[in-house]
Design a protein around this ligand. Structure first.
Ligand code: MG
Length: 381
C-alpha cells in the first residue's frame, strides 16, 4: 500500500532532502501535499514533479501548480492543508514557531508525525503529545540525535535507562573562549563544520542554542527530566547520540552526518528503507573524539536546561526571543555574543506561566517578539 505523505516546509533544507528520499521510493509513498513560506518558484517545481493534491504558500503570492492541485495561502492554510490532504505521514519540516499550529493539527489527525520542527515540542510538547495520544498519531523524531536515541531505546524497558547522552558537533566556534567570539562574522557563524542546514539552525548550532532546544525536545520525546540528559561534544558527528542503561551498558547510533538517514528511519518506521548507497566504509570514519561542552563560552546550552526544569511557557519565551535575536544577527543588527543576552533577558522578564492551549502560547510568542525587538533597539544604541 502506498502511504500518503504531506511535507510541511518542503522548500527548506530538511523538506528538500525528504522529497529527495520520497522521489526514490514512489512505489511506497505518494506526496499529497507541500508547503513553503515564500519560495514560490521552488514550490512550483516540486508540485510539477510530485503532482500533490494541494499546496500551501504562506505568503499571499501566485504559484503555478499542475491542473487539479489546490492552492492555499496564509498561516491558516497550513492547518487546512493537513485536513485536505488526509495524509498517512506528515513530515513537519517548517523552521521555528511557525510550524506549531500545523504540527498540532497533524497530531490530531492520526497521521504518523515525522517531526523535524523541534520548536513544536519546545513550545507545546505536552499539547502535541496529548493530541498524539488521543488520535493514535505516532511521534517520530527527524532530528539526528533524537532519531539515534529512539533507535538505541528500541526494545528497551523504560526502567532500565540511566541517562541519555546527546552529542553536539560543537559548531564552528568550538574551542573558542567568549572573548574570541566578540566579533565573529555572519559568514564564520554560517560555516558549520559537519552539517549542511538552513541558516537559522546553523546559527543555533554556533551558539549551542540548537542543543538547548534538543535537551527540551528529548525531555518531551522520551519522558525524562533534564537531570537525565548529558551533552557531550563530538566534533566528527558520527555518533548521533547514546543511551546509558542502569547495567553500565552504553548503546550508540552511528551514521554519516546526512539528514536523509533520520528521514528514511521516520518514513519507514517500524520497517527500514533501502538507502541505495554503498556500505559505509567504517575504517574511513577515523578517530571519534569526545569533550565536555564549554558552558561559560556557550551560555545558551544551560538555558535549555532551565526551560526543561521550569516548563510552562518558558520554552516559548526562549524560542521567540532567540528567533528574533538570530534573525537580527543574520541581518547584521546584533553582535553574536548578544544573542544569549536577549534570550536571558526575555526569560527573566516573562518567567514561566502555564501553557494550557495554542492561543495562550501564540499570544506569548507575539509579546516576547515585540519585547525582543525593543531590546535589540536598546542594545544597538
Ligand atoms: Mg539535531
Amino acid at each position: 500500500m502506498t502511504k500518503r505523505v504531506l511535507v510541511l516546509g518542503s522548500t527548506g533544507s530538511v523538506g528538500q532532502q525528504a522529497l529527495d528520499v520520497l522521489s526514490g521510493a514512489r512505489d511506497s509513498f505518494r506526496v499529497v501535499g507541500l508547503s513553503a513560506h515564500s519560495s514560490a518558484d521552488l514550490l512550483a517545481s516540486q508540485a510539477a514533479a510530485h503532482a500533490p493534491v494541494a499546496v500551501c504558500l504562506v505568503e499571499e503570492r501566485p504559484v503555478s501548480v499542475p491542473a487539479g492541485c489546490q492552492v492555499l495561502h496564509g498561516a491558516d492554510g497550513l492547518v487546512e492543508l493537513v485536513r485536505r490532504t488526509e495524509p498517512d505521514v506528515v513530515i513537519g519540516a517548517i523552521t521555528g514557531a511557525a510550524g506549531l499550529a500545523s504540527t498540532l493539527e497533524s497530531a490530531r489527525s492520526g497521521a504518523h508525525l515525522a517531526l523535524a520542527n523541534k520548536e513544536s515540542l519546545v513550545l507545546a510538547g505536552d499539547l502535541v503529545k496529548a493530541a498524539c495520544a488521543r488520535s493514535g498519531s505516532e511521534l517520530l523524531p527527524v532530528d539526528s540525535e533524537h532519531s539515534a536515541i529512539a533507535q538505541c531505546l528500541a526494545g528497551a524497558s523504560h526502567g532500565g535507562v540511566r541517562r541519555l547522552v546527546l552529542t553536539a558537533s560543537g559548531g564552528p566556534f568550538r574551542g573558542r573562549t567568549r572573548e574570541d567570539m566578540a566579533d565573529v562574522t555572519i559568514e564564520q557563524a554560517l560555516n558549520h563544520p559537519s552539517w549542511e542546514m538552513g541558516p537559522r539552525i546553523t546559527i543555533d548550532s554556533a551558539t549551542l542554542m540548537n542543543k538547548a532546544l534538543e535537551i527540551v525536545e528529548a525531555c518531551h520525546l522520551f519522558d525524562v527530566g533534564a537531570d537525565s540528559i548529558e551533552v557531550v561534544v563530538h566534533p566528527q558527528s558520527v555518533i548521533h547520540s547514546m543511551v546509558e542503561f542502569v547495567d553500565g551498558s552504553i548503546v550508540a547510533q552511528l551514521g554519516p552526518p546526512d539528514m536523509r538517514v533520520p528521514i528514511r528511519w521516520a518514513l519507514a518506521w517500524p520497517q527500514r528503507m533501502e538507502s541505495g548507497h554503498p556500505p559505509v566504509d567504517v575504517a574511513s570514519l577515523g578517530q571519534l573524539t569526545f569533550e565536555e561542552p564549554d558552558r561559560e563560552a556557550f551560555p545558551c546550552l544551560d538555558l535549555g536546561v532551565r526551560v526543561a526544569r521550569e516548563g510552562g511557557l518558558s520554552g516559548c519565551v526562549l524560542n521567540a526571543a532567540n528567533e528574533i535575536a538570530v534573525d537580527a544577527f543574520l541581518a547584521g543588527r546584533l553582535p553574536f555574543l548578544a544573542i544569549p543576552t536577549v534570550v536571558t533577558d526575555a526569560m527573566d522578564t516573562f518567567g514561566h506561566p502555564s501553557a494550557p492551549d495554542l492561543e495562550t502560547i501564540l499570544e506569548m510568542d507575539g509579546r516576547v517578539r515585540r519585547y525582543a525587538e525593543e531590546r535589540l533597539l536598546a542594545l544597538a544604541r
